[in-house]
Ligand binder design. Structure first.
Ligand code: NAP
Length: 434
């Protein structure tokens, strides 16, 4: 029986699905000892720090992750960062193969004047802030303004807009970070504009996200029916199912009985951000008004200015580069998941860019793990256990994580929440007794 040691770096969905694919391909003669490294003291990646807190069902996939983690031959090395605590070279020499599943943590930049003004944030910072990611606990989110603008027409933009536009009491039964609930309670934001640079038919939302908007009990949702009807006319009957479904969902929203809640979410189209303005902080954003001519998006030359105190751009992500790991165009450089000339592989958003839902990573990781297994040498490496190299480093093991998890869940139970998340490294280490 041959036991191959595999390192997986990044404990998000893609990393767990890679581990699962390896576990599923084990036989009597071929065994995998999996070590999963994670720079945070907590695993689960975007399931913990990305998925919106008011979408608890999506997070139930964490049960699958825990099953993978406790299936045997699996160790968690939390609080260990590739590139600082351990190098790519060290991993490559200790393991038969290394899988990089570090995701895409950096928000893409708009590249427009004023983007760096206080009050202009990326969803890559705002989302982990409300999800209690320890690196963002101290983020300044100026909610002391009447109007906020969200740029982008994807599901992240939708999450961000919804989190700012809902009545904060709707978050009481969620695992939103305590600091975010407190800030959102004090928020003066009453109008949230979600601005897309193209038309309704081009929006990257998925229709369940649109269809849940009318369920917000304390928020008026506004969308110009005319803009959706003209989009429907443009795409006709032959439009793809997803596009048709999105447009139907938008018509349903436009047809809602008028409501006059204190809070309003506006869905706006054909607005391309040109400049964010303000003396010391965001005061307004200027958009170029687009239109569509023969299927092409063109600028009309007109502009529209929205006075606002907060702009959150949700226009996609890119991977962080890691010392010793080839990087190209916002991703880990790879050919179908293989990192050429190394015993490293990559899966998930680090490999293919920030697209797809959590489940997409399952088939993606499974395909790459087939290549990894096929590439394995006949005999495993004879290398020392990595634990020796990390001795003295504060490692969050699976047992430590289970203590954190149990403590968070117990605190939540008393309050009718799925959990109360610890939001700093110190609190997390304290819960683990480290
Ligand atoms: P996304 O779906 O790729 O959407 C990005 C949006 O940003 C697009 O509308 C894009 O418009 C716009 N954009 C890009 N550059 C822009 C610019 N310079 N100015 C203005 N707009 C710009 O990305 P995402 O929202 O970050 O989501 C990432 C992935 O996670 C997606 O697959 C998403 O479905 C998934 N996700 C799923 C859920 C869920 O299932 N509930 C929740 C969150 C995220 P153009 O189309 O015009 O380029």
């Amino acid at each position: 029986m041959a036991t191959f040691r595999i390192a997986i770096v990044g404990a998000g969905p893609a990393g767990y699905f890679a581990a699962q694919a390896l576990q599923n391909s084990a036989t009597e003669d071929l065994v995998f000892a999996i070590d999963m490294f994670e720079r945070l003291p907590t695993p689960w990646g975007l399931v913990r720090s990305g998925v919106a807190p008011d979408h608890p069902k999506i997070k139930t996939v964490a049960k699958v992750f825990e099953k993978i983690a406790t299936a045997g031959n699996f160790r968690l090395f939390g609080n260990v960062e590739l590139g600082s605590d351990i190098t790519a070279e060290q991993l490559q020499s200790h393991y038969d193969a290394v899988v990089i599943s570090t995701g895409s943590a950096l928000g893409r930049k708009l590249g427009i004047p004023g983007e760096d003004l206080p009050g202009s944030l990326s969803a890559a910072d705002f989302v982990p802030w409300y999800n209690a990611h320890p690196d963002f606990a101290d983020l300044e989110v100026p909610l002391n303004c009447e109007t906020a603008v969200v740029i982008g027409a994807g599901n992240v933009a939708m999450d961000v807009a919804r989190m700012m536009a809902l009545e904060p009491s709707e978050l009481d039964s969620t695992d939103t970070a305590d600091h975010a609930i407190a800030a959102l309670r004090k928020s003066s934001v009453r109008d949230v504009y979600l601005c897309a640079r193209r038309g309704p038919e081009h929006a990257a939302f998925t229709s369940p996200e649109l269809r849940e908007l009318p369920k917000l009990e304390h928020t008026t949702i506004l969308i110009k029916k005319e803009s959706v009807l003209t989009a429907q006319a443009r795409v006709g009957e032959s439009a793809e199912k997803d596009v048709r479904s999105n447009l139907e969902a938008m018509v349903l929203i436009a047809d809602l009985e008028p409501t006059h809640h204190e809070r309003t979410m506006h869905l706006e189209f054909f607005l391309a951000p040109l400049e964010i303005r303000g003396a010391d902080r965001v005061e307004e954003i200027v958009f170029g008004v687009n239109t569509i001519v023969n299927g092409e998006i063109v600028a009309t030359g007109e502009t529209r200015t929205i006075a606002c105190g907060l702009v959150v751009s949700a226009i996609g992500y890119q991977a962080e580069s890691i010392d010793g790991v080839p990087y190209k165009s916002g991703k880990i450089a790879n050919t179908e998941g293989r990192i050429e000339g190394t015993n490293m592989y990559t899966v998930g958003w680090a490999k293919r860019g920030p697209s797809g839902v959590i489940g997409t990573n399952k088939s993606d990781a499974s395909e790459v793990m087939k290549l990894l297994v096929a590439d394995l040498p006949a005999v495993p490496k004879d290398a020392a256990d990595i634990a020796q190299l990390l001795s003295g480093h504060r490692i969050v093991t699976q047992t430590d994580w289970e203590k954190i998890n149990a403590a968070e869940v117990a605190s939540g139970e008393a309050l009718g929440k799925p959990r109360v998340k610890a939001a700093t490294r110190k609190e997390l280490f304290d819960l683990a007794g480290l």
